[in-house]
Write a protein that binds this ligand. Structure first.
Ligand SMILES: C[S@@+](CC[C@H](N)C(=O)[O-])C[C@H]1O[C@@H](n2cnc3c(N)ncnc32)[C@H](O)[C@@H]1O
Length: 316
């Protein structure tokens, strides 16, 4: 936990109760367990799917444990920022998951306020107790912090999983300092994206019992992994896989070099469940992201729309 954690809270009078098992915040008593303040209840819309991924694949995406530099590479490519840019900055990480970004941001020398609505204990297990990392169980639709208090607001692969992504983006952008930086990634609202198998299947799969859905994907995963590898070799096969086969196989993506086939299969099961199970998956248009950036940010910002993702990032 940050030694100065409570100074970030939107209540000048907030304080820990005697044994630090609770926090007084805006007239409420917020439970603190495992040194994590819990501003939201343990049960929420994210528990059935994202918590399950945390439990089953706790360390899969952690560069320090999976033998790749996939996250570090992705972060540097998507932000365009140099590792030195992060040094000494305090980052509000919105939706940290199991902590794969958190560990890279820490490695680059940042202090990270890592927030998630579910599965935060797994992230804490992955990163350990650290005075430069502060985990918080809260919703990024209702953050307990003072506005304009972070050097960087960071939100990677999360915003589309909230019930109202525009309102969520509008909310989180208020927490960056006037001269601060922002990195937000959203699924893109492009025809290429919206025509994929995922959006045809989700009306059914998001309503399925998460355990049943997970077991189904796990059962067909090994066959789908082999099949998609074979189809990939046929001319045009990668496009067929992309649009038609409900299994995410990244075997041929350079950033996963270093992973074994067994790890890639696990990745495929993880990400296919991640695609089909969330209660919400609402890509935002680049136009709306631009409008929100213009409303909140003083620093020059660019919006880059790719086929499947849109990136919002300030220029250093
Ligand atoms: C696809 S995961 C991404 C996690 C991490 N950023 C990463 O890149 O690995 C989406 C995360 O968003 C979290 N999430 C969804 N809705 C949220 C909300 N309202 N507040 C905070 N976190 C939320 C989920 O619990 C999950 O951990």
């Amino acid at each position: 936990m940050f030694p100065d954690f409570i100074t970030y809270l939107d209540d000048e009078k907030s304080s820990f109760e005697g044994t630090r098992a609770a926090l007084n915040f805006q007239g409420r008593s917020i439970p603190v367990r495992n040194n994590i303040a819990r501003f939201t209840p343990d049960m929420n819309y994210s528990v059935g799917n994202f918590s399950k991924l945390r439990e089953r694949h706790a360390t899969l995406q952690m560069d320090s444990l999976n033998g790749t530099n996939e996250r570090e590479r992705t972060i540097l490519e998507r932000t365009g920022w140099a590792p030195e840019f992060f040094k000494g900055k305090t980052i509000l990480e919105c939706g940290c998951g199991a902590g794969p970004d958190t560990e890279i941001l820490r490695k680059f020398g940042a202090r990270v306020m890592a927030v998630d609505i579910a599965g935060v204990d797994t992230a804490k297990d992955n990163l350990g107790e650290d005075e430069n990392v502060n985990f918080v169980q809260a919703s990024i639709m209702d953050l307990p912090f003072k506005k304009k208090s972070f050097d960087i607001v960071w939100c990677h692969r999360v915003i589309q999983h909230t019930p109202d992504p525009i309102a969520t983006l509008d909310h989180i952008l208020q927490f960056v300092k006037e001269d601060g930086a922002v990195f937000v990634q959203s699924y893109a609202r492009t025809p290429v994206q919206m025509l994929r198998w995922k959006y045809a299947l989700r009306p059914v799969t998001k309503r399925m019992n998460p355990e049943k859905l997970y077991n189904t994907i796990k059962a067909y995963g090994p066959f789908a992994f082999k099949l998609t590898n074979a189809i990939h070799k046929i001319p045009g096969g990668k496009y067929f896989n992309f649009f038609c086969v409900p299994f995410l196989n990244y075997r041929h993506a350079a950033r996963f070099d270093g992973m074994t086939d067994a790890q890639m299969l696990e990745y495929g099961i993880h990400d296919t469940f991640d695609a089909l199970s969330p209660a919400y998956d609402k890509p935002i248009s680049a136009r709306k992201m631009k409008a929100l950036a213009a409303r909140h940010l003083k620093s020059p910002v660019e919006i880059e729309e790719q086929h499947t993702i849109t990136l919002m990032r300030t220029k250093p």
